[in-house]
Ligand binder design. Sequence first.
Ligand SMILES: *Cc1c(COP(=O)(O)O)cnc(C)c1O
Length: 444
Amino acid sequence: MTLKDYPRIVVHPPGPKAQAIVDRDAEWTSSCYIKEYPLVIERGHGAMVEDVDGNRFLDFMAGIAVSSTGYAHPQVVRAVQAAAARFMHICGSDFYFEGMAELCQRLAQLAPGTEKKRVFLSNSGTEAVDGAIKLARHATRRTAIIAFKGAFHGRTIGALSLTSSKARQHAGFGPLLPDVHHVPFGNCFRCEYKLTHPSCGLACVSAIEHDLLARHLDPRDVAAIFVEPIQGEGGYIVPPPGWLAAIRELCDRHGILMVADEIQSGVGRTGKMWACEHEGVVPDILLTAKGLASGMPLGAIIAKDSVTTWENGSHGSTFGGNPVCCAAALVTLDLIENGLMQNAAARGEELKAGLQAIADKHLPVGNVRGRGLMLGLDFVVNRATREPDKLMVHKVERRAFERGLLTLSCGASTLRLAPPLTIDQDDVKIALEILEDVIREAQD
Ligand SMILES: *Cc1c(COP(=O)(O)O)cnc(C)c1O
């Protein structure tokens, strides 16, 4: 395999330098960090990551779907350096600068739907979610929130109350927000109702109406439904066609706001700017973060003007909308709009076809799903029962790392592939070759 100067494993990872840093980190960093595998990065370029021992990896996880333009894209680096040299902070909640006005205008105009939007800038995804909970309650003067089982919305107490992907994320932290209700997601591969699409008639959506809203929760008390158009941490689950639109209709019937959490799925990753555009659905509030500024910390709440009711001084942030982050986001959006989004769609097709071919050959892969460069491989113990194979996904992830391919698990038993949107056809070929090898070997 000599297509590129990577992957190149010169010492079995973690090498000696990496191991020393891993040991030091284990001594001093807080005990909550996951640390998926011992990757110790020294530098990166495009989709290549080099570790401190000189190993080179092909990156198909982008630091959790964040490094959308790759590592240290020269145009992003130049914009960051220029912005930092002018001023690193001013506090956009209290003062003005052009980059903030420009980015907010740009995001408002990029969001789906014809109604005018307004934008609030945060430092992270979870803060965007917490802000959206406040905005939805303020705008509707209702308190209840509906979210989905398997959802991930973040880890601050508000967002955490909506998160429902792993019990460990809640354990010992309660009580969380009251009046948050979780309902099954449109997950056809493991349907809670044991039905099949389309003959189910989207029974999971009708159940919200006939079960939750009829018996338990008056819809007039519901401020918002928070939904990931493609469930991310929960397992890269794409709901069936029409599901998101049915959620939209349910919201419209009851004056409930629809909040699309596009923190992972947004900014071109799925081949469209926003994943809800694949379904032609317009949310009332759209949240973005992860890939928005190529790794600089930035999130956004993009809300319809009619929903943006909170008055002057009611919400804010010291660092949110940092000028260096805004500069990085503006260049990132240029790059996404001028080629990377199309590349995500094209490379995504090739990658998905290759993954499907692997699945057809190798029994432990039960399902290949996703859109664009947000793709998941679901490992099963048994194809008939679809019982998740947790061990297999971690084995494949670890062996791929040792072979020079960076991936990340999610959900019960899913290997997620979320590379930088800059990858080329050779990167796709290399990744598929390694994946096929390690999946074959992992069965032994
Ligand atoms: C990552 C993620 C969040 C939380 O973002 P942080 O920046 O880690 O706080 C929220 N929602 C979704 C869908 C995410 O993928």
